[in-house]
Design a protein around this ligand. Structure first.
Ligand code: ASP
Length: 588
């Protein structure tokens, strides 16, 4: 037996016992004639002590130890004279009677402690060492917990966990596919799933009316901070349901996870339509921890000879409570902030409501006090408040205002960690017109059904009608983060065919790409719908982290590389030839 206990287990009540532990040497300290060794494993840290009475073999082995050596240590549990209240095992130590080095270790490239001295790149290269650190160990423990709780809840609700294949053919979720060349079928390719979407729908056709899977998804998207080319979803589908059934079931799942994992009782999950979200928050995933709604001011502010307002498609703003005392410098700084390319506004207008009832604005030249008071009225602003305004194209200005709202909210401390404001955002548009490609794209995916009330518009061939069709789709949003999304699906072959045609597929193309689904719909497809939650993001949110990377055991970096195994990398020419792929020109 390698060990009788783990390094996280022993307490004062165990004093007197002889135990054997195994683990990694985190630290060695010499104090007078004593040597103290912190021994670490997944469960914790226990102090080993070697005194002058220890057997000579133990003293000599202790003298040769280095950081991260793997050892097996046997001795008596004794009460410590100087206790460490910070760790659960801090009241005891092991007086060593035997010490065996199971494996020596080179000096690690960074310190393996809660605060490491290693930079990100270095730690990524030695991920297996970084994973020994507490913060990462805790993150993966949390991930495990969330997975088990999700499984338990869904199993209890009658969901079956079913795996779907990785080597498939393209499923359009709006990203590029990763493709895999087939050796046995030269010139042909599989695609890795962007999600199990079509398969879960086929499972509904098969009659397995409650499915889930903690599924890996692959999307070949452009690089962006905190985006992983492969990520995990809690993917779910149900048959014989309407939207309400889905929102109830999966609101229940979320409530369960928040309660069991975090000890947080989520209140009712309010609904907001996409139109409301865009109007009041400028985005489809509002951070509802704070109010600070946007107001459109276009009509109020146009026609006063102010070219910026008159030339704008949209003018709107927000009211920062109690911020009238912002200095010129602070306002200039905010102005620079909104002009950053990530926010992209041209400039920032403001109006300060003085405690004396007066209003001072950056646009005084064009607006008399009365006009400004009307603006203040639109926000229900009070003396001491600051109104910030942006103008420009509707889409861009709303997006910039949404960013500004989050920034001001953060500055005012309105976005505290540990407070969770969940929302269902519903009634998304079904289609999005792309000016460049001169065609519609599905906002969610092409299998999403139109709202029943909008069926007629969907049948129309007029662009204006189609643009107004709402989808029977929903997103689960918490604190400005989209944690999940799904829809009621099309289950009628004719409607699906019509959808493909609206998206500009010819009959042949639709047949070639999705013939299997259209066919399946001919053999008794039940009404169905589902949802998928971003599992990595959910874990990061539960852990209070901004990045999902720490919640994935072996993630890629921001350049979509795994620097530990050095991937992607070239394959040899023989392998390419075997795959019938022309040998790529070697880059210098
Ligand atoms: N497959 C969708 C997605 O990955 C989720 C769903 O509609 O269930 O976003």
């Amino acid at each position: 037996m390698y060990r009788t206990h783990t390094c996280g287990e022993l307490r004062l009540a165990d004093a007197g016992q002889t135990v054997t532990l195994a683990g990694w040497v985190q630290r060695i300290r010499k104090l007078g004639g004593m040597t103290f060794i912190d021994l670490r494993d997944r469960y914790g840290l226990t102090q080993l002590a070697v005194d002058e009475e220890a057997p000579a073999a133990v003293r000599s082995a202790a003298g040769r130890l280095g950081r991260e050596f793997v050892v097996q240590a046997t001795g008596a549990v004794v009460e410590r004279t100087s206790k460490n209240a910070k760790i659960p095992t801090g009241e005891v130590e092991i007086r060593l009677a035997q010490l065996a080095v199971l494996n020596a270790a080179e000096v690690p490239p960074f310190t393996i402690e809660d605060e490491s001295d290693g930079g990100e790149e270095l730690r990524a290269k030695y991920r297996y060492l970084d994973l020994r650190r507490n913060p990462l160990r805790r993150a993966l423990a949390l991930r495990h917990r969330v997975a088990q709780e999700a499984r338990g809840f869904l199993d209890a609700q009658g969901f079956w966990e079913i795996e779907t294949p990785f080597l498939i053919k393209s499923t359009p979720e709006g990203a590029r596919d990763f493709v895999v060349p087939s050796r046995v079928h030269p010139g042909e390719f599989y695609a890795l799933p962007q999600s199990p979407q079509t398969f879960k729908q086929l499972l509904m056709v098969a009659g397995y009316d409650r499915y889930f899977q903690i599924a890996r998804c692959f999307r070949d998207e452009d690089l962006r901070a905190d985006r992983q080319p492969e990520f995990t979803q809690i993917d779910c589908e149900m048959a014989f349901v309407e939207r309400e059934d889905i929102l109830r079931t999966f609101g229940g799942l979320m409530r369960h996870l928040f309660r069991e994992v975090l000890g947080v009782a989520l209140a009712d999950i309010p609904r907001m339509t996409y139109a409301e979200a865009m109007r009041d928050y400028g985005c489809d995933k509002p951070d509802a921890r704070f109010d600070m709604r946007l107001r459109e001011l276009t009509a109020l502010m146009q026609g006063r000879g102010f070219a910026v307002a008159d030339g704008a498609q949209y003018l709107g703003g927000l009211c920062a409570k109690g911020c009238a005392a912002y200095t010129r410098k602070q306002l200039d700084e905010l102005t620079d902030w909104v002009k950053r390319p990530q926010v992209g506004a041209k400039g920032l207008m403001y109006a300060r409501l003085g405690e004396d009832g007066g209003i001072k604005s950056s646009v005084d030249k064009f607006y008399a006090p009365d006009a400004l008071r009307a603006v203040a009225g639109a926000f229900g602003a009070q003396p001491g408040d600051l109104i910030l305004m942006l103008a420009g194209g509707r889409r861009q200005t709303l997006a910039a205002l949404s960013e500004l709202r989050l920034e001001v909210g953060s500055r005012l401390g309105l976005r505290p960690k540990g407070v969770f404001a969940p929302l269902w955002v519903v009634d998304f548009p079904l289609l999005e017109w792309d000016d460049e490609a001169q065609r519609f794209y599905a906002m969610h995916h092409p299998f999403t059904s139109p709202q029943p009330e909008d069926r007629e518009k969907f049948a129309s061939s007029r662009r204006e009608d189609l643009a107004q069709v709402r989808a029977n789709a929903y997103d689960f949003v918490v604190n400005g983060v989209e944690l999940g999304g799904g829809s009621i699906r099309i289950h009628d072959a004719g409607v699906q065919q019509q959808m493909f045609s609206v998206l500009g597929f010819t009959r042949e193309e639709a047949e070639r790409k999705f013939g299997f689904l259209l066919n399946a719909f001919k053999y008794g497809a039940p009404p169905h719908g589902g949802i998928a939650f971003g599992f990595d993001r959910l874990c990061a949110m539960f852990g209070g982290a901004d990045s999902i990377r720490d919640y994935i055991a072996f993630p890629k970096n921001n350049a979509a590389r795994d620097v530990m195994i050095d991937s992607p990398s070239r394959v040899d020419e023989g392998q390419l030839r075997e795959l019938a792929i022309a040998v790529a020109e070697r880059k210098k």
